[in-house]
Ligand binder design. Structure first.
Ligand SMILES: [Fe+2]
Ligand SMILES: [Fe+2]
Length: 340
């Protein structure tokens, strides 16, 4: 049995359910006690192809191979915190509640030098060079003033981080280069809408490229995507506006442009209950906010469709979207419980 990627494990058909093995990074762990008071784990595992949740019940064997290649057996109480580590897993995929549930039979603690966790971080499905090229084209499409400012912002370590950070740690684009993928999609969608309305295209594109700047402080890769303390208690909109003000000061950005771009950053969530302190008050801000929401919804819709099981054309209820999504195919039954 060769190693299997996460994408291979989660797309196993019920008829193929069986054993799997592989090395994955632990994105999250919950340690719980079963009804006999024994420890078990719910682990969120990832590799470059995706993420999956597995159970490690109290019967799971733990082998520490970090120092001794043949491994030292660990009791469940001796298992260290796993979050952020790469681990080896041999498991079985079982059917549970009509879904396939991967369960670990044996977990290996492996050398972090030999298997650096960063190598297992899920990445944007789009090639990095394509995303960077699309980003550069958007910047290059702006007039001198906005282009000059954007070039002064997106350089050095900020550019490096912006090109590799996630756009979230849950919900959408929660993987390496997710921020770049999301930003490029929002800016391209917003730029396309400029052809339909009489608006300042440079403000729209500049605002779209800057709208989630605060995520550079709200998240970090360590090596897996996670929220920072600042991100949790201040959030990316307020932090993004502060960063923008500093950068605009340093560049000497003209007041009117500064107000328009600052307004887009603060208003881009579209509603106060979604975290924006002000509502979009210009056509340019309305366009960026609509493109941001659209990109989030399209992402969730695609995610819902990709999780469809064999023969299913309507998804289970998608919490973030507050609806079921449709594959676009037609079948005799809706394929989900209680759907009609
Ligand atoms: Fe945002
Ligand atoms: Fe966004």
């Amino acid at each position: 049995m060769g190693n299997m990627t996460v994408a291979q494990v989660i797309t196993l058909k019920p008829s193929e359910k069986g054993r799997f093995r592989g090395v994955y990074a632990v994105a999250d762990e919950q340690v719980k006690l079963d009804k006999n008071g024994k420890r078990y784990w719910i682990l969120s595992l990832m590799d470059q192809t995706g993420s999956m949740e597995i159970r490690a019940w109290s019967s799971c064997e733990w082998l520490d191979q970090r120092e001794v290649p043949e491994g030292v057996r660990l009791e469940p109480e001796e298992v260290p915190p796993l979050r952020g580590l790469s681990i080896g897993v041999i498991g079985t995929v079982r059917e549970f509640n009509k879904a396939l549930q991967p369960t670990a039979d044996r977990i290996y603690l492996v050398s972090q030098e030999k298997y650096p966790p960063y190598d297992f971080v899920q990445r944007s499905p789009y090639p990095q060079e394509d995303l960077e090229e699309r980003f550069n084209l958007l910047v290059g499409s702006c007039g001198d003033e906005v282009r000059g400012f954007l070039e002064s912002v997106f350089q050095g370590p900020l550019r490096r981080d912006f090109f590799s950070y996630p756009a979230a740690v849950g919900n959408h684009h929660a993987y390496a280069s997710g921020l770049l993928e999301h930003t490029v999609s929002v800016a391209e969608a917003a730029a396309a809408l400029c052809g339909c309305y009489r608006v300042d295209r440079d403000v729209v594109v500049g605002g779209a490229l800057l709208h989630d700047l605060g995520k550079l402080r709200a998240y970090r890769m360590s090596p897996l995507p996670e929220a920072t303390l600042e991100g949790t208690v201040l959030d990316h909109i307020a932090m993004g506006y502060c960063m923008f003000e500093e950068l605009a000061d340093r560049y000497g950005l003209r007041d009117v442009l500064r107000l328009h771009l600052g307004h887009i950053i603060l208003s881009h969530h579209g509603k106060k209950e979604f975290g924006s302190p002000v509502l979009p008050s210009t056509p340019e801000a309305l366009i960026v906010s609509a493109a941001d929401e659209l990109d989030f919804q399209v992402f969730c819709c695609r995610e819902g469709i990709s999780a469809l099981r064999d023969g299913q054309v309507i998804s289970d209820f998608h919490k973030a979207l507050q609806r079921r999504v449709w594959s676009g195919e037609i079948s005799d039954s809706l394929g989900g419980e209680g759907g009609a």
